[in-house]
Design a protein around this ligand. Structure first.
Ligand code: UDP
Length: 249
């Protein structure tokens, strides 16, 4: 079956739908992100099956995904669901896109903001980034465990700074809903990066390459963080919903 693209999302991308949510398939996702920066910025969401199922129950998360300028397939489940529509893609790992954007930011004088992760992770991350990218213009870096009273002031400060790149590691769904609310009217690229800060700071490990190649990165995460099992129960439900959708077509 060949499916027609729903809408054109950005240069070189086609927008498809998985269980009603947009997914952009781009020939080069970094180029798509840079194009987006040139044309006024926006939010990048990295979509996986777990998040898709959560968004069906959580209106705010759903709206954050539907209104994102770029939604990239970051999970074996979403890649599989696209293949059922005749669309062949490889998963774009959000952590890799975020790293390549940091690299670009450092070499092009972009201003960068980092929001999220624990205070210790943020402290190690800053040291690591300044070593790795000596020219990085880091204008804002706050951990994700601020008091409720501190957030409004931090959000205003962030908006005043108008960074070119804002990486948000507050976990799903908060990083998406928070960015959706705070980014409005801002230029620059805003991206939810989940546990990427922990990986870059060295407190968590990414799955070995062979596991990524076999698309079982989720299994590695489950072994590392067994308390994720409840969240992963949504995966069979995702598969069933995709198959059910196909049967009803
Ligand atoms: N986090 C945070 N504030 C919170 C809850 C979580 O900054 O109130 C951070 C957490 O320290 C971690 C990231 O958000 O760095 C979430 O990582 P996870 O791998 O759980 O991401 P997800 O799978 O939810 O995208």
């Amino acid at each position: 079956m060949v499916i027609q693209p729903a809408t054109k999302a950005c240069g070189g991308c086609h927008r498809y739908r998985v269980l009603g949510f947009p997914v952009d398939v781009c020939c080069d996702v970094q180029v798509a992100a840079l194009d987006m920066h040139v044309s006024g910025g926006g939010r990048i969401v990295t979509l996986n099956a777990e998040m898709t199922m959560a968004a069906r129950m959580d209106k705010d998360l759903g709206s954050a995904i539907i209104n994102a300028e770029l939604v990239i397939p970051d999970g074996a489940g979403v890649v599989w669901a696209l293949s059922k529509q005749g669309v062949r893609v490889v998963k774009t790992a959000g952590i890799e896109l975020a790293w390549s954007l940091l690299n670009y930011a450092a070499s092009h004088g972009w201003t960068v903001a980092l929001v999220g992760a624990s205070p210790n992770v943020m402290a190690s991350l800053k040291i690591m980034l300044f070593k790795r990218f000596p020219g990085l213009r880091l204008v804002f870096a706050v951990d994700g465990y601020q008091s409720a009273e501190a957030w409004p002031h931090l959000e205003s400060k962030l908006r005043e700074l108008r960074p070119d790149l804002v990486l948000v590691a507050l976990g799903v769904p908060r990083q998406e809903t928070w960015s959706h609310r705070v980014q409005k009217g801002q230029h620059g690229l805003w991206m939810g990066v989940g546990g990427s800060f922990d990986v870059w700071a060295g407190t968590k490990k990414r799955a070995p390459k062979w596991m990524c190649r076999m698309q079982i990165e989720w299994l590695y995460r489950l072994i590392q963080e067994p308390n994720r099992w409840k969240r992963m129960l949504s995966l069979p439900a995702f598969v069933w919903q995709v198959i059910k959708g196909e049967l009803n077509d």
